[in-house]
Design a protein around this ligand. Sequence first.
Ligand code: CP
Length: 322
Amino acid sequence: MGTTTKTVPPVTLTQRHLLGIEGMPVTEIEALLARSHFFASVIDGSIPDSDIPQSLAGKTVVNLFFENSTRTRVSFEVAAKKLGGSVLNIAVSGSSVKKGETLIDTATTLNAMHPDILVIRHHAAGAPLLLSRHVDAAVINAGDGRHEHPTQALLDALTISRKFGRIAGLKIAICGDIANSRVARSNLYLLGTLGAELRLVSPATLLPADIDQFGVPVFTDLESGIADCDIVMMLRLQTERMQGREIPSQHEYFNMFGLDEAKLMRAAPQALIMHPGPMNRGVEIDSVIADDIDRSLITTQVEMGVAARMACLEALIVGASI
Ligand code: CP
């Protein structure tokens, strides 16, 4: 962790696709993070741009997003272009999906144009896996329903390890809408695998039924849950996946589970704040905390997204050529 030398090699993965963190060998997670550190050093200027390997030269990445995105879609595009690749962004709202074309038909149509990597975000859990069975391209899951968001977990781990120099042993509270969060799920797998001391903090109504499988302490009170934590990771309320009865109101939710200066006093004195974005200010997090450049890692997370996605894109291309 924290490696910034030029000697960090590209990663090869055992899988042809990047569909989730669950089941990914720890050696591959660590290798992707080490390579992401290298790319982060290029982005922060400590290694010259001329040292960026053009691993995607002549390769095409297709961004196929069935749900809205700013950070993930743009950072995949920036990452691919930094590696010398071409990028096509499919606007689903202007595509034949709106005429009733199925996911499989859309995928096989795109596949016929021979892209090298398909980056997909979809509201249905398992859509990237399904698509991976019908295309020749490598598939990257850019978020599928409540299931996983693997590159978000990688960029979060990269952000943490660049700031703290380690992940093992850090006390990290993941707080908010756990039930509907693919970010929480991928981070539970990834940060847990790397030895973080994880806790979940959520109203009982926003906890998933299978919460026990993760074997981490669960708190239904924010201040108890974040006590002495090194990192407080807040999550967005995923209202698009809710039934409408989970919280009394957003105002009540902020009073109980929104992070503000008073509640943050319970965390470790130097605790840092994360949020995958997009944020709902005054719902999950107070602006004073979100914009505190000494405590908030939210902008750094976005920066690290480019580095982590460069490592992932490169790994799938390098793997395909072996
Ligand atoms: N964190 C995240 O996935 O953000 P976007 O929805 O903007 O991609």
